[in-house]
Design a protein. Sequence first.
Length: 296
Amino acid sequence: MNKALRNILKIAWIAAMMILVLFMLYPFIYSFLGALNNKTDFANMGTLLPIPKKVEFNNFTYAFSKTGIPPLLNTFYRTVWYTFWNVLVAVLIGYVMARYEFKGKKIFLVFIICSQVVPSVLTMIPSFVMMSKIPFLGGNNWMGMGGHGLINNPLVLYLPFGWGVLLWVFLFMQSMKSLPKDFEEAAEIDGCNFRLTLTRVVLPMQKPILAVIAANTALGTWNDWFTPFMYINRIKDSTLPAYIGMLATSLQEMSGDRDFPKLFGLSCVSIIPPLLIFLFFQKYIIQGIASAGIKG
């Protein structure tokens, strides 16, 4: 293959990749430009790119208004809590599973693996019924009857239920198998107890897998619109993604008409934190996944 042909193929490859990137970025570009419009101008547009006649920034700042701040803060608090919880559970259970032998360990491991093949949609209705039947909450009696339980209660957004954390337990356990026990034995000889060995020896050496767990949990929790959408009906107690979901389904919540630019503005603001999280943790993700490869 001569040099001219190689250059032509290289240019064609770059052009194809640029076209593919444009296709992938088009929804984000459309949302950003749409958010710069007012609802009247946007309603009269029929172009592929809604370039604004007059730039409006109110659609972006609405997320920081009196109505938008509560869902935004709820999303932040929920993300921080679940990230902390998943990392804590994954470290404690994963470390014990990797380093200690006890009765029922293989059964528990099988349970962890089997839990990952159960579609979450199958647990949707049972979870809703369970949350609505909790005794002594939301007007329920001791049998869980007569009230609504934790439905429309902000506490439901912070309950540590769900099987997703078991995946991180499994990954941390696998990552621990790649770490020689010599480090922990040396720490024990130096007088370190379980807590000091875990915090001063194990965790500093497991930063990549911890970053993977934290990043994926934070991204998944921040973008989770369905859980708050299912349990919470009040905007002030919901999260920003669920609030956007409410607007997307009804499109009648603001000023009595279809304010698509405001919906686009909220969507653009909501993707900034996940983008920053991914950019901050990206260098650890591949290394962490590799360290958690299945080992015998």
